[in-house]
Design a binder for this molecule. Structure first.
Ligand code: ZN
Length: 325
């Protein structure tokens, strides 16, 4: 993902004060606790992200991508009730043939009431936004942009196997999110989510709600409500942010709209009629660094030392709580 405009630090500090006041005012039965919120294991998630990165950049068509994909499928076959692979060849605008693979891990596959979580597992071919021009033709690790979502999902799968969820849960790992150019026009991006939207797992597939997780491992994690998501599925935004608040995570899941809409894998699914939102922290590591031209997004600096078990734990607790019995 994806593109931004400018935002206001002044407004952010006003909101921060309001949030702090809210924490004090609410107290009582929803008091944030320092103890573990769910059994979700942030260290496992970080370890899975590290193992994903160790395959090398997951650029479609490479040996590293094939091996990483095989590994994810094997992991998920050990935890999920059903694993479906969607394999196809995408022809890019330039005529290149890209072998791609979506992986769908299903828990309680016969349950009609379902929740869809998705994340992308591929890596952008080049670090084309690197602050250093000489790096812009190099591949990069995609520790946060790609691997963090894989880590989250594999650790979630471990917990869903131990305790079956209240709903059917579909964990969808999409390929080809980051191949091409984010526009407009968008060219050869969001390829896997578009493919899934056109090849749903069964006729009439309609999860109760869906959440896309992207770039959620950042040590400086701060997730605002993405404007396309607020427009398309406000009740899902409300559900996710109120769950985060109940867990004491409102300093990470900041309860206000982000300053710019983001083009990401939720868009093809929204167009297909599914109620899906994007949980993303695009300002990596944070607003000040991005404004200073020091972003790790689509840069060779998107490495494991920039993401944390703590951030993955926060997002994992929210994701698990949303589907827990
Ligand atoms: Zn990206």
């Amino acid at each position: 993902m994806k593109r931004w405009s400018r935002s206001s630090l002044a407004l952010l500090s006003v909101v921060a004060v309001a949030v702090a006041a809210g924490v004090i005012a609410c107290g009582g039965d929803k008091t944030p606790q320092a103890t573990a919120k769910t059994p979700f294991n942030g260290d496992s998630a970080l370890s899975y992200a590290r193992q994903t990165v160790a395959f090398g950049p997951r650029i479609p068509g490479t040996e590293a991508a094939r091996k990483a994909g095989d590994w994810m499928v094997a992991r998920l076959r050990a935890t999920a009730d059903t694993v479906i692979e969607q394999k196809w060849t995408h022809t890019t605008q330039k005529g290149e043939k890209l072998p791609l693979r979506n992986i769908l891990a299903r828990f309680r596959p016969n349950e009609k009431n379902r929740v869809l979580y998705l994340t992308h597992w591929d890596t952008r071919p080049k670090a084309d936004a690197d602050p250093i021009a000489a790096n812009r033709t190099k591949p990069f690790d995609g520790a946060n942009d790609g691997a963090s979502g894989v880590g989250l999902f594999l650790a979630l799968a471990d917990q869903l196997k131990k305790t079956p969820p209240a709903y059917g849960v579909d964990l969808l790992l999409v390929d080809g999110e980051d191949w091409g150019t984010f526009g407009p026009p968008d060219i050869d991006v969001l390829i896997g989510s578009e493919y899934f939207a056109a090849h749903l797992p069964e006729p009439g597939y309609k999860p109760l709600f869906g959440v896309l997780f992207d770039m959620i491992g950042d040590k400086e994690l701060e997730i605002k409500q993405e404007p396309n998501s607020i427009d398309a599925a406000p009740e899902v935004v409300q559900r996710v942010w109120s769950t985060a608040k109940d867990l004491g995570y409102e300093s990470t899941f900041v309860p206000r709209a982000g300053d710019y809409p983001i083009t990401d894998d939720h868009i093809p699914l929204i167009k297909a009629g599914l109620r899906v939102i994007d949980v993303i922290d695009l300002e990596y590591p944070d607003h000040e660094a991005v404004m200073a031209g020091q972003s790790y997004h689509h840069a060779t600096s998107d490495t494991m030392d920039k993401i944390s078990a703590k951030s993955l734990k926060i997002v994992g607790d929210v994701a698990l709580t949303l589907v827990r019995p």
